[in-house]
Design a protein around this ligand. Structure first.
Ligand code: ZN
Ligand code: ZN
Ligand code: ZN
Length: 985
């Protein structure tokens, strides 16, 4: 007889193949139609607020998967917090102003020089909006939820006004000033750059030691007659082009300097002055074999003495400096106050002349006639040549060092003195409750990042931030460009003085709020100036400030523009979370902190979470452009394979990535590793993620496949009435729920994912689903045992799908629709509540004991039996585990030594069920006399397998003693006979 129709098999519409790349876009459409984001917000209308404030990506170019990773992590937080019961609106933003866009537009537009500022700004705006649209689609393809069609943009009038509002407060506090100062300057972008806009690259450079002819007083200080010829101070530099601006040499007052005497190849005697500690090293570099010490003096004896510039008509000074280090160079430091920040501070305080003979393009002006029009980098070899010719070159070599480059054009930048606007970080702020003593911006910021106010994850972020805050110079906020928020200052036509005050800021804030920042360019200065506005000199004739704000000052004000103005998150200040890459300590975390502290006294965030970057197998950052490698970088030893190259190209575009792998795979890849470290990318890694996904999907499918005839309202079995293994499974699920929740709560998504993933593989796939199959397939449809297993499957499916939902946004939504009754409870899994603690399990002491027995059975007994079964199959003793008769013996004392009384208790209690848990014919167990007490588990237990003598049931294939006992169904076991009788009335 064919019993197959009477055996139930897995049946579900949840497909085995995910087809993510086709189904995810369809799901997004469905979500759009049901207005899911709005539904979620409505659903949580009265709930506590949790605000993750989005750091605005730059609206330029396609979204690299590195940025995609950031958005996915944010989305996992938002989805989790939402399910957890919070109202967690997500308002994405874009940084739309700034140099990179203006740079692009300038390059792509012909005749740009004939356009007005307003025309250029319009082109830039169009460009930014185009990329906002593109990037929005790309982020959405990663299944990130948010108010995508109502984002915040730094070009919104309200945003621009908010920037001026904060700035006005800084002006009022007296923390804004304008000064000639050396700043980082990009010659190709022709603008000042802030620290956050620099990228460091290893570049080759000159390394030259230069002779500087000293005056008679210096000679005298070393006991030499004042007319001694050939006495030189030795200086070292890697930037020969800064030598025309040399006006001094820094000396450590307590440093010992030697004058040494050496003989030149032509027989002439020379004297060199340098730090005593560096004599040996520098002479070796210069190839000077023999020399003798003339005298040692401390630096204080040399200050204010003079030397002659090697090729410019100039007498220069030796000046004291606290910055002398004796690890490189000569201990006598070449000083060009126009081209270095220490040089500037020391130089200005010591009265050195500030020379900066360069134009905006980095070419020499007529201040250095000899090389007028020559770019600084082209000037390097020319200056070296000049030094050689004149006999001032002591040694010329080369080296590689970390050199600052422009974030936009990747070209090396220079240090150059220009007039700029600054925020003074050491200026005392007005006293307020958050800052009662009126501490300076730097001091108060250092307080705001302390544990009482801000949590940093990982914790070492705090130290990074503090170091940067302690070391940072004043913030240069002006940029000589057009595409941004203009600095609202007016310059007097008569005396040239710049005027900037709170009154003017208020006026401009109001203008921008009404008409946007373009208004600055539409109006004349007098149309902007408030009533009765006048310069100190009395003049009322003004010109508008041409500079705009550093774009980082704009994005650093998002807390003011968005968190305090957008209705849905209004007054949530400080916000709960900032989540960005670890490069933002220098960038957005800091540029947000300073304006917030200046105008509110506190940090804009309660928690700051950072992640690493996507790196390839060589741990090289994937976002690096090819150009820097080719032109400046060292060629790397390893070549990428074609596949890796393809992957790397693919990762340059998040949407392509989603189309290629499916967003859920990317979401697994993002969350399955510790994102605090750099995240590696290779084909192998992506393949492993795909495999993991398939296993998870199969597990979910196996659960759903056995629920097609289960109605939780009618068929659910009470926990106390469930079969032991089903109760075990629910206990395990409860344990997993608690751990996964804890992991999400701590933002340790990799832990959440890995715990769930292991649960699927170890507990469910290779055990629980395996041992319950017989009951589900072969028991009578409505038998308690079958309903018991289904109850567990149902609970597990529902809990697991919810726990996975923040990560597997699509797959869990898909699965949710097939869980009986689930769609009635919530239309979308993302509208469902987070699973709560299962009190029934937690409170029952007996169950806890039972669970311990289970756990140890699982950990120690089952594996040794499974290994023996496998060996017996290999030896052809049995054809399948179902034929196996297992004899398991153990030493009770040995077990006790393992504190495994629970196992013994468990075995006895579950005696009749053991064959079910092993999926074999029969399990016999017995104690044997004591053996060793502390032997490994394999030695205190023994397993032997033989083939069962029982016949095989034709319906369920189990080998059971009852097979053949029934007259009507003589090839069935007792259970199957019962099922057949029921079926046939
Ligand atoms: Zn540049
Ligand atoms: Zn004036
Ligand atoms: Zn049977």
């Amino acid at each position: 007889m064919d019993y197959r129709p009477s055996v139930r098999v897995m049946k579900t519409k949840f497909p085995q193949r995910a087809n993510l790349t086709r189904n995810e876009p369809a799901m997004r459409k469905r979500w759009d139609e049901m207005k899911l984001y709005g539904e979620i917000q409505k659903n949580r209308k009265n709930a506590d607020l949790f605000v993750l404030h989005d750091g605005p990506p730059y609206a330029n170019g396609y979204v690299h998967m590195g940025t995609g990773l950031n958005k996915i992590l944010k989305d996992v937080v938002v989805k989790y917090k939402t399910m957890r019961g919070f109202r967690a609106p997500y308002i994405p933003g874009w940084d739309c102003h700034g140099l990179p866009i203006e740079f692009k537009v300038t390059r792509e537009t012909e005749g740009i020089e004939n356009l007005s500022a307003l025309e250029i700004r319009k082109l830039c705006l169009d460009y930014a909006m185009k990329f906002v649209d593109i990037q929005r689609e790309q982020f959405m393809s990663l299944l990130c939820f948010g108010d995508w069609h109502k984002p915040y943009l730094t070009v919104h009038s309200s945003y621009e006004a908010a920037v001026i509002e904060t700035f006005g407060k800084l002006v009022e506090a007296g923390a804004v000033y304008r000064q000639l100062k050396p700043i980082h300057w990009c010659m190709s972008c022709r603008t000042a750059l802030a620290a956050a806009e620099l990228e460091y690259q290893t570049l080759p450079s000159d390394s030259i030691y230069v002779r500087m002819e000293v005056d008679g007083h210096v000679k005298a200080a070393f006991g030499l007659p004042e007319d001694t010829p050939n006495v030189y101070a030795l200086i070292w530099t890697t930037t020969p082009w800064t030598l025309p601006a040399n006006t001094g040499i820094m000396v450590g007052e307590k440093v010992e300097y030697s004058c040494i005497k050496a003989k030149r190849a032509d027989g002439e005697t020379e004297y060199f002055i340098l730090a005593t500690d560096l004599v040996r090293e520098v002479m070796a570099v210069g190839g000077v074999g023999e020399f003798e010490q003339v005298k040692i003096v401390t630096g204080d004896k040399l200050v204010r003495l003079t030397y002659k510039h090697p090729f410019v008509e100039r007498t220069c000074k030796l000046v004291p400096s606290p910055y002398i280090k004796l690890d490189t160079g000569t201990g006598l430091v070449h000083t060009a106050p126009g081209h270095g920040s220490e040089d500037f501070y020391v130089g200005t305080s010591q009265g050195l002349e500030l020379v900066s003979p360069l134009d905006d393009g980095g070419c020499f002006t007529d201040e250095f006639e000899m090389m007028k029009g020559v770019n600084v980098f082209d000037a390097n070899p020319k200056i070296n040549e000049l030094l050689e010719k004149e006999g001032y070159m002591f040694q010329h070599g080369s080296m590689e060092h970390e050199y600052p480059c422009c974030w936009r054009c990747k070209e090396p930048v220079i240090f150059r003195a220009t007039v700029q606007w600054f925020i003074k970080v050491d200026h005392p702020l007005p006293a307020r409750p958050e800052n009662p003593e009126g501490k300076s911006l730097r001091a108060q910021s250092l307080i705001a990042v302390q544990p009482e106010f801000t949590e940093w994850i990982p914790e070492h972020g705090r130290a990074s931030m503090m170091t940067m805050l302690k070391e940072r110079p004043d913030w240069c906020i002006s940029r000589q460009r057009t595409w941004g928020v203009p600095i609202p200052a007016l310059h007097c036509k008569k005396c040239g003085e710049a005027t900037l005050n709170k009154e003017l800021c208020d006026r401009v804030q109001q203008l921008f709020a009404e008409h946007g920042a373009d208004e600055w360019y539409r109006r004349t200065a007098s149309e902007i100036a408030p009533e009765g506005f006048a310069c100190k000199c009395g003049s009322t004739e003004f010109e508008k400030e041409p500079d705009i704000f550093d774009v980082w000052f704009e994005s650093g004000n998002s807390w003011n523009a968005v968190c305090r103005e957008r209705d849905e998150i209004k007054d949530q200040f400080p916000v709960d979370l900032y989540l960005e890459g670890s490069d933002q300590y220098r960038g957005w975390f800091q540029t947000s902190l300073l304006p917030a502290v200046a105008s509110t006294g506190s940090a804009p965030y309660k928690t700051v979470l950072t992640h690493g970057f996507i790196v390839d197998e060589d741990r090289e950052k994937l976002s690096k452009t090819k150009k820097d490698k080719k032109e400046y970088g060292k060629a790397r030893g390893k070549k990428l394979t074609a596949e890796e190259e393809k992957l790397k190209t693919l990762f340059a575009n998040a949407e392509d990535c989603a189309k290629n792998f499916g967003a859920d795979i990317l979401r697994i890849w993002t969350t399955s590793v510790d994102y605090r470290e750099d995240i590696r990318l290779s084909n192998e890694i992506m393949e492993r993620r795909q495999q993991a996904y398939r296993k998870i999907r199969n597990t979910i499918r196996a659960l759903l496949g056995n629920l097609n005839d289960f109605d939780p309202k009618k068929n659910r079995v009470e926990y106390k009435d469930m079969n032991g293994v089903d109760r075990w499974a629910l206990m395990r699920m409860e344990e997993i729920r608690a751990e996964v929740t804890d992991a999400y709560e701590k933002y340790e998504f990799y832990r959440a994912f890995n715990v769930l993933n292991n649960f699927c593989i170890v507990d469910l796939s290779s055990f629980y689903i395996d041992v319950t199959r017989d009951r589900l397939y072969c028991d009578g449809e409505d038998w308690p045992g079958r309903r018991s297993a289904q109850t567990a499957y149902y609970e597990i499916a529902k809990t697991m799908v919810k726990l996975f939902a923040p990560i597997l946004a699509y797959t869990c939504e898909e699965a949710w629709q097939y869980i009986p009754g689930a769609p009635d409870e919530a239309k979308s899994v993302h509208l469902a509540d987070w699973p709560v603690e299962n009190e029934k399990i937690k409170e029952n002491e007996y169950i806890q004991h039972f669970f311990k027995g289970w756990r140890k059975f699982f950990e120690y007994v089952r594996p040794v039996i499974m290994i023996s079964l496998e060996a017996s199959r290999d030896k052809k003793i049995i054809a399948s585990n179902l034929e196996g008769k297992v004899r398991f013996t153990f030493s009770k004392e040995g077990m006790q030594a393992y504190k495994m009384e629970e196992i013994v208790w468990f075995l006895e209690r579950e005696r009749n069920k053991l064959s079910e848990y092993i999926v074999c014919s029969e399990v016999l167990f017995s104690e044997v006399g004591s053996r060793s007490n502390d032997a490994p588990i394999e030695r205190i237990t023994h397993v032997s397998i033989e083939k069962s003598e029982y016949p095989k049931c034709a319906r369920c294939w189990n080998l059971r003693p009852s097979v053949g006992k029934d007259e009507k169904y003589d090839d069935l076991c007792e259970r199957c006979v019962k099922v057949m009788n029921e079926l046939n009335g």
